[in-house]
Write a protein that binds this ligand. Structure first.
Ligand code: PRX
Length: 658
């Protein structure tokens, strides 16, 4: 069968002739909420199209201007409107008489369960909003959220939004060091965490990382005044009187009445840090009205959402953009019923996810290709032990899905008929940008296909020229979109340099893509020094900086090498300092340096492989040629070495691997 890791033209063509495309089942297409005319409507006047979508939200004060693009690349959407995101996600559903509808079926990893109605969720968010206010959090203040996948994570985010403050959610897998950098950059006043969360059958502690992160800064420079701790793991934790507070004790003291007020549509909603090509994570800034407009529209259209009957499940953690847009804001704005599961898919065994699908009758399931490939490895029998017949739609996100995995997903999880939406987007885009619409587009395994209505993208060459069907180039967004990032927190110049410097008037996302003969888009991976491990972005530079911060390391070069399960894996080439005596070449060095990166950045950044070398391949001007290292890491013949200062280096490295 075909390998999609090789996205070359020949492969795509042969694949298409082999498996073709899959029109939606007729009954699905007939019942779909949107028909093909939505593309025409959006194309005729994209700005009016978005204004119409925005009007399906509740505005405390209606907007009169849709888009202000007079100062590109700084867009303003719905600027004179006032909106409250929590009100849109909760109050209006309750007021519409849907308060009894379940908002969240939550399941903890140990098996504990909660079904939370919209009325209950609203009440908890109101209390939490009052609690935040009582702790001195006001409009515009930043709050760091470092929580496991428990209801309080969603409650915290919505409570922060409700009072016009700004959340910065930090993935629970990130280390104290990463957490500290994010708290400092955003100057957060409050951290919300837990005394642990369940992962792989154990309590993974979170509070100690918060303690360590805050211990590094002196009291005088510390922006954080309080740490609010949710009781979940029940493990022993250190406690700082005056600073640390138990969530349950504090929330019991506040009222559950709270009136949501409107805030300007361009008020910051959240900062979410992501990796770029340099070592310093970027605080991607999103604002309110435009973000919710596109998150809710795409959630409705791409997942053909029926709030009355669907049970939706997106497996992403709230620490990533997918969790923000398609666990919190999109589904709740649409009044959906969804599943949230705390733990890992293999705990206590690989049936866990499928038991959850059966238990709650999940209809719509959204996950990452890396997870699908992990399940493929277990064999179809594992997934087929449960009744998955409730599923009517599948989605993927995070990286290109290889056609084998796509076909397996459709066959084994989707009962051979569920449409699959392959959704391309980024932390920066805030919401889905390229994806089939399930009742309209005949889907093609491995291709994200077409921009959603209202979005304009192109594939261009280095001179910004459209490449034409059958050719590859760079994926760009050519018109502003409602949920676009509004900047990088505290660094407007970096925003311009990173995304707009290449083409001036087009947003360059960093991904290569190719157009097939039908004009459908096939994503071909990053063209910069960003890796994609299990659908998560990691920067080569960030990991290299971490490695050289170890006292025994002189130099390092990191590449993303193809990995069957995770898409890419981190492979690091390291030169040890000549006089260091702390670590030996071989296993010991490897174990120590892997642990070092794990503790500095987080477990996701741990290299799969550390290769100790005595030289790195460099040009005469000293630039490391990672391409050659990637050849070695992927076991290929090493490419052209003619630009190397020392052409023998690659021979030495290749010999070492053998
Ligand atoms: O390279 C693309 C890849 O993930 C990157 C964005 O990563 P992040 O900001 O962490 O957001 C991930 C979830 C939206 C993109 O630049 N990517 C995301 N979705 C796809 C994808 N690559 C191919 N196909 C996709 N569907």
């Amino acid at each position: 069968m075909v390998s999609t890791q090789d996205n070359s033209h020949g492969v795509i063509e042969s694949l298409q002739s082999e498996v073709g495309s899959f029109p939606a089942p007729p009954a699905f297409a007939e019942a779909a909420q949107f028909g093909p005319e939505i593309y025409d409507e959006a194309k005729a006047d994209p700005v009016a199209f978005w204004a119409k979508q925005a009007k399906s939200l509740h505005w405390h004060k209606p907007f009169t201007q849709t888009l202000d693009w007079s100062n590109p690349p700084f867009a303003k959407w719905f600027e004179d409107g006032e909106i409250n995101l929590a009100y849109n996600c909760l109050d209006r559903h309750v007021l519409a008489g849907n308060g009894d509808r379940i908002a969240i079926y939550w399941e903890g990893e140990p098996g504990d369960k909660r079904a939370i109605s919209y009325t209950e969720l609203l009440s908890e968010v109101k209390r939490a909003a009052n609690l935040l206010t009582s702790l001195g959090i006001h409009e515009g203040d930043r709050v760091a959220v470092y929580l496991p996948m428990i209801p309080e994570a969603v409650i915290s985010m919505l409570a922060i939004a409700r009072i016009g403050a700004v959340h910065s959610v930090v993935f629970g897998g990130f280390s104290a060091e990463s957490l500290r950098a994010r708290i400092d950059d955003a100057q957060a006043k409050l951290v919300i965490t837990a005394d642990g969360g369940w992962r792989k059958g154990k309590v993974s502690p979170l509070k100690p990382a918060v303690d360590d992160a805050l211990a590094i800064a002196s009291d005088a420079e510390l922006s954080v005044k309080n740490v609010l701790v949710v009781r979940r793991g029940e493990n022993d934790i250190a406690w700082e009187e005056g600073r640390d507070l138990w969530w349950d004790e504090e929330i019991a003291l506040v009222d559950n009445e709270h009136t949501a007020k409107g805030f300007p549509a361009e008020n910051p909603l959240f900062i979410l840090y992501t990796s770029g090509t340099t070592g310093k994570p970027k605080g991607i800034l999103h604002t309110s009205g435009g973000y919710l407009t596109q998150a809710s529209f795409t959630h409705k259209a791409v997942f053909d959402l029926r709030p009355e009957s669907d049970v939706y499940w997106c497996t992403a953690d709230i620490g990533w953009i997918t969790g923000h847009s398609y666990v919190v804001y999109g589904p709740l704005a649409n009044g959906a019923t969804q599943v949230i599961y705390e733990g890992t898919p293999e705990t206590p065994n690989w049936s866990r996810w499928w038991e959850i699908v059966e238990r709650y009758g999940v209809t719509t399931f959204y996950t990452a290709p890396t997870a699908i490939r992990s399940f493929m490895k277990q064999g179809r029998a594992v997934a087929q032990q449960n009744d998955l017949s409730s599923i009517r739609l599948l989605g993927t996100v995070g990286e290109a899905i290889n056609p084998e995995a796509w076909l397996w997903y459709r066959e084994v999880i989707g009962g051979g008929s569920a449409p699959i939406v392959d959704t391309w987007w980024q932390t920066e885009t805030g919401a889905i940008m390229v994806s089939p619409l399930p009742g309209i587009t005949a889907t093609k395994p491995g291709s994200a296909q077409v921009p959603i209505p209202g979005i304009s993208v192109d594939v261009v060459d280095d001179n910004a020229k459209h490449v034409g069907n059958g050719n590859g180039g760079l994926l760009v967004v050519t018109q502003p979109w409602p949920s676009m990032l509004r900047g990088i927190w505290g660094d407007p110049q970096r925003f311009i340099d990173t995304y707009w410097a290449t083409f001036g008037d087009k947003y360059f996302a960093g991904d290569g893509a190719r157009l097939d003969e039908d004009g459908d888009i096939w994503l071909m991976g990053r063209v910069d020094d960003v890796m994609n491990v299990s659908g998560h972005r990691l920067s080569t530079t960030e990991i290299e900086s971490s490695l050289v911060s170890h006292p025994s390391v002189a130099e390092s070069a990191v590449v993303g090498a193809h990995d069957e399960t995770t898409g890419q894996a981190v492979v690091a080439f390291v030169i040890l300092k000549r006089n260091q005596t702390v670590i030996n070449d071989g296993d010991q060095a490897s174990a120590i340096l892997k642990a070092h990166v794990g503790s500095q950045i987080g477990a996701i950044a741990r290299p799969r492989q550390i290769i100790i070398v005595s030289e790195l391949p460099k040009t005469r001007s000293g630039k490391i040629i990672r391409r050659l290292l990637k050849d070695v890491a992927e076991g290929r013949e090493v490419g052209d070495t003619s630009t190397l200062a020392d052409t023998l280096v690659m021979q030495t490295i290749s010999d070492k691997i053998k």
